[in-house]
Design a protein around this ligand. Sequence first.
Ligand SMILES: [Zn+2]
Ligand SMILES: [Zn+2]
Length: 371
Amino acid sequence: MQWRRHIHQNPELSFQEENTSKYVEEVLKSLPNIEVIRPAKTSVIGILKGAKPGKTVAFRADMDALPMQEESGVPYSSKVENVMHSCGHDAHTAMLLGTASTLSKMKDQIKGTVYFIFQHAEETPPGGAVDIINAGALKDVDAFFGMHVLPNFPAGHVGILPVGAASTAQDVFDLHIIGKGSHGSMPHLGIDPVVVGAAIVTALQSVVSRNVEPGEMTVVTIGKFQSGDAFNVIADRAELAASIRTTSDDTRKLVETRIKEIIDNITKAYGATYELDYISTYPAIQNDEALNSLARRSAAAVLGKDKVFDAPMMTASEDFAYYRKIAPVSFMTLGIGEGAANHNPKFTVDENALQNGVKAQVQIILDYLNK
Ligand SMILES: [Zn+2]
Ligand SMILES: [Zn+2]
């Protein structure tokens, strides 16, 4: 897998994938029957038109790395200081190049069109998927597939994620409560933002327990609550920051509405004011049932039934979720053996797994177009 090692040694951050995209473009251009387009500055799409007409299917790989110093100890470690492929996007890119290479020689057996999407900037919202979609490059696609490497599952085993929510949506907020400072012994002359903040934190606990339907996975975490400098001074401001995870659009809206109501009403009740920055990042991936079953059957056909398993929902967020705006999607995982988690400086990939990933991708694409 010299492609993967080359990309691993030369990682680039989100929106800066200049050399990676150039490299991918060169490899794609060296393959027969593949047309290359550049829908965004650092994204590449390879298009393979089969000999016979049919549907259009897309497989997506992401190409960006993360801002961290590699500590994996592999001989082909990152040559760039403080940049590392610790989410395995190098493996995704290499596998999809492998898939493109295999299919490019099978034009005569292909009914329809295949898009190989090499996407930039998965790791940094607003994410690269939105750019590619907005460029209009994918409007003819009938189905999207994606595959993410995941440690601590057997190397080369394909994990089919659940139908429906396969990852979570993440929203974040930053709240400044503006009170009125005073001497600690004269609370009646101030408006204490710590008391207001504490009331908000307590009330927010009721969103998951009292508003969201039981059993629907939802998390509201206040990760930051800062105010004041001295024991005998009432501060004039407090800052709270939170992360919110949901798995459906309805719950996502409900949670946002309830959080805003609680903040607005409690600050009012205490005579304080506030500034709120509520940011919605990626939605949840919603896997399609028919595409999931096809992926399961195709992967089992080439790898054997024992190498395909039901993977639990990913609690992380992924901008692959946006492709569902165009057509149904199916996102799956590929086990890469025991090791450190994604986004860890010691993250490694058992490269033996990647051949299975390519085999499964090729079969899924062929089966989708020929079904
Ligand atoms: Zn990641
Ligand atoms: Zn990733």
